[in-house]
Design a protein. Structure first.
Length: 80
């Protein structure tokens, strides 16, 4: 894993952990809790589209932040 990937994983994880909402990405048939840095490190960066599923009291803000970070790192993201 290169430095850029590591930076993206850490940034996504740290941002997700600031929210109360549940934040999950779907990659193929796998569902990964974005608040799990281990889950992200073995899932991210397969040049796939990621489905983002957010539920909770601050989901609107969480969605905006996640979208911005994924875009920043060139990761294709869709909202469930």
């Amino acid at each position: 894993m290169g430095g850029l990937e590591t930076k993206a994983i850490v940034e996504i994880n740290q941002a997700a952990n600031q929210f109360q909402s549940s934040i999950v990405i779907q990659v193929g048939t796998r569902y990964i809790d974005v608040k799990s840095i281990l889950g992200l490190s073995v899932t991210l960066f397969n040049n796939q589209a990621y489905m983002l599923d957010i539920h909770g009291p601050d989901e609107e803000e969480a969605n905006e932040v996640m979208q911005r970070i994924f875009d920043k790192h060139g990761l294709k993201l869709n909202r469930v």
